[in-house]
Structure formats: C-alpha cells, structure tokens
Ligand binder design. Structure first.
Ligand code: NAD
Ligand code: DAU
Length: 332
C-alpha cells in the first residue's frame, strides 16, 4: 500500500512513520512536511536511506504540490497542523491557513485526482470544548474554545462534508493528550521534564487543577493505524488514554521521577479560555477496531523521561529552534 503521511516530522506523525515503516504491507511511505518550528528532520532520519521512504519538504498550502502527492497515494493520513493552543491564542493566522486551508487543499486533491483513496483526518478531543462530568462521545456537539481547536473543528467539518457530499472514503480520529518521545518541549510534559531536570521553575497555569486525559503516543498511533485499515468511512474514532490527571498531579510525578524539587513549581497566569477538562469515551474504537490503550501512565512517563535523557542532542537542537517562544519563561 502506498501511504502519504502529512506532518511526519512532528511528534505524533513521526511516531506513526516509525510504526508504519515496520509494517511490510506499506510498500511506499511519502512524508510531506513543511519543517516548521515543530517539524524536525532528525525525527525520521532512521529511514532516510530506505527505498520505501520518501521525504518531501513542502507546505500543505501549496495546492499543486498537494495535488501531485495525493494522486499517487492509496491512503492519506493527515497529521500536519499548527498544534499548540498557546500559540493559537497569541497569533492564530497560521492555524487558519494551515489547519483549515491546508486540509481543504488535501480534500480538493482527493476529490479531483484520487476519489478512490482513503483519507484519515487526525483530530483532537478539543473540538468538543470542555466537559465538567462524564465523557465526550463521537456524537457530542462540536464546541471548540480556542483558535486552535476551532481551526481543527473547521477541518473536521470540511472532511465530514466531503464524505457526505462526494461519497469519499474519509474518516476522522480524535485523541486526547499524547505524550512520549519526540514531542517539542513547548507542551506540558516535555517542557516540565526539561525544566525539572535543569533545576528551573515549573510554570503551572492557574491553580494546576485542569484535567487532561493522557495517552502514550504509540497507543494513539496504533489506534490511527487500526482506523486506517478497519474504520468505516464517515465515522469518527476516539483514542483516549483512560488516564485523567490534573496538571499538578502530572508535574508532581515528573518532579518525583526526575529527582527535582517541589519548590520549583511556580503558579503563573492562567491560559485565556483555558478548557477545564477533556475526557473521551473509547467505546466505539474498542468495539469496532478492537483497540484499547495499552500503556500505563507510570510506565509511559518513565519511558518518556528516559528517552529525553538519552536524547540530549535532540532536546538541545529542538530547544534552539523554539528559543524565541521560550523567552516567556526567562527570569522564572
Ligand atoms: P506537531 O506540532 O508536533 O507537528 C506538526 C507537524 O506538522 C510538524 O512536523 C510541522 O512541520 C508540520 N506542519 C505544520 N504546518 C505545516 C504545513 N503548512 N504544511 C506541511 N506541514 C506542516 O503536532 P503533533 O502534536 O504531532 O500533532 C499532530 C496532529 O495530531 C495534529 O493534527 C494535532 O491537531 C493532532 N493531535 C495532537 C494531539 C497531541 O496531544 N499532541 C492530540 C490530539 C490530536
Ligand atoms: O487534548 C488534545 C490536545 O492536547 C491537542 O489537540 C493539542 O495539539 C496538544 O497541544 C494538547 O493541548 P493542551 O493545551 O491540552 O496541551 P499543553 O501541553 O499545551 O497543556 C496541557 C495542560 O497543561 C493545559 O491544561 C495547560 C497546562 N500547561 C501547559 C504549559 C505549556 C501549564 O500548566 N503550563 C505550561 O507551561
């Protein structure tokens, strides 16, 4: 099978590339990535000499490039996005052009050049907004609260409409918060690991009581791959970790595991419009795809911390790329 992955140099996309390159049913994997601040070529360097792997440095917003690549694929798995909520609050422009217009270009390419191919739109629990109690189901209303989640919701709705209107083989996956190797250290877990280890302040938004449902990235990737192979077009599949934790609990666990000090915690100004809690029902994915998250949080976090410790060069190079963004933590 010929697969086009978008965003394969990012966090989840690169973990997905690693998974698919082990699968001999994949005869060719093309990775389209613009190498933004969040895309790191070293994330897929294991495959650079592999004949089954092709890297194309390019932008989703380049329509003719997107048309050329989509027409060659049997399966398109669309991870590429601007993904950081805080950046979307400060400057949403790229979120609109990449997440909405970029996804639209892929869908147009599918319709016009390759209507028999399968398309998987990789999305997020954040499109449902925040939930006080219970869990989001795949039928919950779409009520995004940040420019990031609104842009993802826009893309999801376009994807849905291209299935409904043109009968294309499109499905959507939505996952909760991923953690694991190769995540850019602007996001909570790698940021806290990096700063805890360096003896720096650990900036917790608000009072740290917001809740996220954590899933080890390889579990999400296995779910997305199952959805690619067995999912029904027109449907939405949830991949949650069944592992709800407050941010403060996560930070405390990182402090314990890295030998850092509780005094490093610093409560800082809250995120604007900060979603209180996310929680996903995974019933449909269990029943239809036979999928469940396998990695327990303690085990996953310990593997993650070890990976960052063993990959200091990666952390250094990636941190340099996000130096300007990280200036916000200066003086902490
Ligand atoms: P990431 O920010 O780590 O990686 C995004 C990748 O997309 C990078 O390699 C970047 O270079 C590439 N990219 C960005 N703009 C592009 C453009 N215009 N053209 C081509 N490539 C471009 O993101 P991630 O955390 O790996 O998330 C991947 C996907 O999964 C996103 O769609 C995100 O919305 C979704 N998601 C993420 C999480 C999470 O916890 N990280 C949870 C649920 C869903
Ligand atoms: O739920 C899925 C989403 O998870 C994905 O769609 C997004 O792409 C991904 O970035 C992630 O969004 P969050 O906003 O939940 O992740 P982040 O790591 O930015 O923050 C997790 C929680 O930690 C959130 O409640 C904000 C808080 N936080 C974050 C940072 C960066 C802090 O308290 N301090 C921080 O410095």
């Amino acid at each position: 099978m010929k697969v086009l992955v978008t965003g394969g140099c990012g966090f989840i996309g690169s973990n997905f590339v690693h998974l698919l390159m082990k699968d001999q049913s994949v005869s060719k994997l093309t990775n389209l990535d613009a190498l933004t601040y969040a895309g790191h070529p070293q994330n897929t360097s294991d495959f650079k000499d592999d004949d089954r792997y092709e890297f194309v440095e390019g932008d989703l917003r380049n329509k003719s490039l997107v048309f050329d690549l989509v027409k060659e694929a049997e399966l398109i798995v669309h991870f590429a996005a601007e993904s950081h909520v805080d950046r979307s609050i400060e400057s949403p422009d790229e979120f609109i052009t990449t997440n909405i217009v970029g996804s639209f270009n892929l869908l147009e390419a599918l319709k016009n050049t390759n209507p028999k191919a399968r398309f998987v739109q990789v999305s997020t629990d954040e499109v449902y907004g925040s939930i006080q109690e219970g869990q989001f189901t795949t039928k919950s209303p779409i009520e995004p609260n940040s420019p990031y989640s609104a842009s993802k919701a826009g893309a999801d709705l376009l994807a849905r409409s291209y299935h409904q209107t043109y009968g294309l083989e499109i499905l959507i996956t939505r996952s909760s918060n991923n953690y694991g190797p190769r995540q850019t250290p602007e996001k909570l877990i790698p940021l806290m690991i990096q700063r805890a280890t360096a003896g720096q302040a650990l900036p917790v938004y608000g009072d740290g009581s917001n809740v996220r449902d954590w899933i080890y990235v390889e579990d999400n990737c296995l779910g997305v791959w199952q959805a690619c192979k067995k999912g029904q077009a027109g449907k939405v599949y949830h991949f949650g970790g069944e592992c709800e934790k407050s941010n403060l609990e996560v930070v405390h666990q990182i402090i314990e595991s890295t030998g850092a000090n509780k005094d490093q915690i610093e409560f800082v100004k809250d995120r604007l419009g900060h979603d209180w809690r996310y929680a996903l029902s995974i019933e449909g994915s269990e029943k239809e795809l036979g999928w469940r998250p396998e990695t327990d949080f303690n085990q996953g976090l310990s593997k993650t911390i070890s990976w960052y410790k063993e990959n200091g060069d990666w952390m250094k190079a990636v941190s340099q790329k996000i130096e300007t963004w990280m200036k916000r933590y200066e003086g902490d």
